[in-house]
Ligand binder design. Structure first.
Ligand SMILES: *Cc1c(COP(=O)(O)O)cnc(C)c1O
Length: 464
């Protein structure tokens, strides 16, 4: 399996190279040259498989021969054995044909564990084989940081530096990152906001001279391996409610278009999906482009669903590449223009996007109202991101006879502010992290200054 860049000008790579590369050298994102597809019969034959075995079936064609079969199996088995629910991704029924897919039973209580627990193992495996080391640098507004650190902490070949905005992440989120004390884990609290953190990581990727020959690896959803891992739970959820013999619909809280793009791929690979709903908060670029062909950066708004607070959805480029007939030059032009001004898609291309997706944007007030209503109706407590998913599902549902599955991306304990604003009590931390607030923390506060941060990284990376 070869991977090609959405901007058409970078060399095609194999899985291992894509895993370690992150962004393509032409600024594009890597996608498979040809997607694997599965027949209905084949998908049906997977009914009843444990999650790890299903994951192997779906992930194997993407990894191809870059990893020995037995090793791939073992990494997948270990990844999902570390989840705290026997079903790994259990489905809960909220109402008639309305389901919640709980993706928060991993070590850090958010769906990012599905991908990052495997990503860390895959990177470690590839680097061991190559006898190389990699430096991970990432910015986080909360969930990515802890999931990435949990995924990389046991690797002998990775040093991981996570930048979070000082005093601007929730206490649970900060503690989940800063209480992991390992030789290769560095938490930086930057005296700036999330955009400053992201800017610093971007600048560091663009010019890696400060690392003296070592290379940077990516853990955000531009890394193909993250998207790949997320395709699996669309299949598991469908199989659990009678697929592939019946269609299902999904509603997905998304900011960067990573999670919903995995659903789009599942559909292209043969899973009968009748509808894909994009659920966003006030940072609604995805909703604006899907509903009104307005692809323009808005102002960043801080919301009660902070993991979707972004202005630009990087993974949308992967969809545009398909919608524009895989014309890398056209995407290159479009993205160059979008850097400096709002863009509109060609009418015909935009209509294709509208055929594929419905969308809805929800403000904080509606989010809290929904958390409250659902708790009253069913006794089930939603986290604010999932609440937006439920709101969008109800708003956009095209056919109530089809099961609508809302992806629940985080445990409500991670976002107590929204739960309290909804007039409810915040739940208890799960048993395996009940002592989180007593654990020792370690992080370094640094000024919002690129050279200082880069010096800190260069000083702390390990040399073999
Ligand atoms: C990261 C995250 C999202 C958004 O995921 P995308 O990669 O933008 O699709 C939604 N909810 C939670 C809780 C998250 O951590």
């Amino acid at each position: 399996m070869k991977y090609i860049s959405t901007r058409g000008d970078a060399p095609a790579l194999n899985f291992e190279e894509v895993l370690l590369a992150g962004l393509a050298s032409d600024g594009g994102l890597y996608v498979p040259e040809v997607l694997p597809t599965f027949s209905k019969e084949e998908i049906a034959s997977w009914a009843g498989l444990p999650y790890n075995e299903l994951a192997y079936k779906i992930i194997k064609p993407f990894v191809d021969d870059c990893v020995e079969d037995a090793d791939l199996k073992q990494m997948i088995d270990e990844t999902y054995a570390g989840f705290n629910h026997i079903a790994v991704a259990p489905l809960k029924e909220l109402g008639t044909n309305e389901w919640v897919l709980e993706l928060f039973h991993g070590p850090t209580l958010a769906f990012k564990d599905f991908a990052l627990q495997l990503l860390g193992r895959l990177m470690d495996y590839a680097l061991t084989k190559r006898q190389e080391r990699l430096v991970i640098m990432g910015a986080t507004s909360g969930d990515t940081g802890s999931a990435a650190i949990e995924g990389c902490r046991h690797s002998d070949h990775l040093d991981i530096f996570i930048l979070h905005p000082y005093n601007r992440v929730s206490e649970v989120q900060r503690k989940q990152m800063t209480t992991i004390i390992e030789d290769n884990v560095f938490n930086v609290a930057l005296e700036g906001n999330f955009d400053d953190c992201q800017e610093m990581v971007k600048d560091s990727f663009a010019n890696q001279d400060f690392l003296g020959g070592r290379k940077l690896g990516a853990v955000n959803s531009i890394n193909w391996a993250r998207i790949m891992s997320q395709i699996v739970y669309y299949f598991s959820a469908s199989l659990a409610v009678g697929g592939p013999h019946r269609e299902v619909a999904f509603s997905v809280p998304t900011g960067n278009f990573g999670d919903i793009f995995a659903g789009y791929l599942a559909k292209q690979m043969g899973l009968p999906i009748s509808q894909l709903v994009v659920a966003t908060n006030k940072n609604d670029i995805l909703h604006r482009v899907i509903s009104g062909n307005d692809m323009s950066k808005g102002e960043l708004v801080h919301t009660l669903s902070p993991s979707m607070d972004i202005m630009v959805s990087s993974n949308f480029e992967r969809l545009l590449f398909d919608v524009y007939g895989r014309d890398g030059a056209a995407i290159n032009d479009l993205m160059a223009k979008f850097k400096t001004e709002p863009v509109q898609l060609d009418k015909q291309r935009w209509e294709k996007v509208r055929e594929l997706f419905d969308s809805y944007a929800c403000d904080d007030e509606e989010t809290c109202k929904l958390i409250e209503t659902v708790a009253q109706e069913t006794g089930y407590l939603l986290d604010p991101h999932t609440a937006i998913g439920v709101a969008a599902a109800r708003e956009c549902n095209r056919d109530t006879s089809v099961p609508m599955i809302v992806l629940s991306t985080a445990h409500p304990v991670k976002f107590p502010e929204a739960v309290l604003k909804a007039g409810l009590e915040s739940p208890q931390l799960p048993a395996h992290m009940a002592d989180l607030f007593e654990r020792e923390e370690q992080f370094t506060v640094l000024p919002n200054e690129l050279s200082t941060v880069q010096q800190f990284v260069a000083k702390n990376v390990h040399n073999d």
